[in-house]
Ligand binder design. Structure first.
Ligand SMILES: [Fe+2]
Ligand SMILES: [Fe+2]
Length: 273
């Protein structure tokens, strides 16, 4: 059994500052990390699918380093549109193999338990939309051809339109080309994404895409394209991707906050109603 936890869209701010005036992302990320560290069993790895910082600078990445450094399991990160890959390489060098890839794109593949994680960089400097680019797509195609291990791909921007129009406008511009690559490699069992700040499931290139909620604020569910983008303080959460050789990858949504319970279904042995 291999267990991979995924958190996403932390949007860490300089100490004491909220994100978008009201979202206390630093505190919320801290809570999510406490929830991860309380998991039993512990995950084999924690993957952070981008937007680690919010308006990237040294103060924000110092906070990212401090928070992610508390995670007990090995941590692997990728950039989102709110990140700077160059600053990540400089300031987060203790996290994952960030020195790999090309000059402007962080990408790498690592084996975790029985599965392989292929980490991609969809960030475009100064832009909110995503693009992998031709060179990274060629690397991905070659890398997927190197091994038939069950593979999870991590990429910040989802390669599927979600119906939330203001987010789809800043989606992955080469999602069609990525889908063609995925179709050639049926051992890709999952594409793990962030960016939309909601729990979303879609079919992409013959495999399954799952998009995890943010550890902070969520994007308002507006599939009517009726309004400007809004966010909402719905419950933050994270994913647990559970792999077994027999069943493949099964994904669970876990919430950060505590709820009443758990209660045993039957409290009195031998008594039935
Ligand atoms: Fe985000
Ligand atoms: Fe994003």
């Amino acid at each position: 059994m291999t267990l991979i936890a995924q958190i996403t869209d932390l949007h860490i701010r300089p100490r004491g500052l909220a994100c978008y005036r009201v979202s206390e992302t630093n505190m919320l990320a801290e809570r999510a990390i406490a929830a991860l560290n309380a998991l039993d069993p512990q995950p084999d790895a924690v993957v952070v699918t981008g937007d680690l910082a919010d308006a990237p600078d040294e103060r924000e990445y110092a906070g990212v380093q401090r928070l992610l450094g508390r995670i007990k399991a090995p941590v692997f990160v990728i950039p989102g549109n709110h990140d700077s890959p160059a600053m990540m390489r400089e300031l987060l060098s203790e996290l994952g193999p960030l020195d790999r890839g090309s000059a402007d794109k962080i990408h790498y593949a690592v084996d975790i338990g029985d599965v392989r994680l292929v980490a991609l960089d969809s960030s475009v400097p100064g832009k909110p939309h995503g693009k992998l680019g031709e060179a990274q797509r060629a690397w991905l195609d070659r890398t997927l051809g190197d091994s038939d291990r069950p593979t999870l791909i991590a990429v910040h921007h989802p390669p599927a339109a979600t119906g939330i129009a203001h987010m789809d406008r800043i989606g992955l511009k080469d999602s069609g080309e990525l889908a063609q690559i995925l179709r050639r490699h049926p051992h890709v069992e999952r594409v793990m994404c962030g960016h939309i700040h909601r729990t979303i499931v879609a079919s992409v290139g013959g495999t399954v895409m799952t998009l995890a909620p943010s550890t902070g604020h969520q994007v308002h569910l507006d599939i009517a394209d009726s309004e400007a983008g809004k966010f909402i303080m719905e419950p933050p959460g994270f994913f647990l991707h559970h792999h077994t050789p027999e069943g493949g990858v099964v994904t669970h949504l876990a919430f950060v906050e505590a709820f009443p319970g758990p209660f045993p279904f039957f409290s009195d042995e031998g008594v039935s109603w």
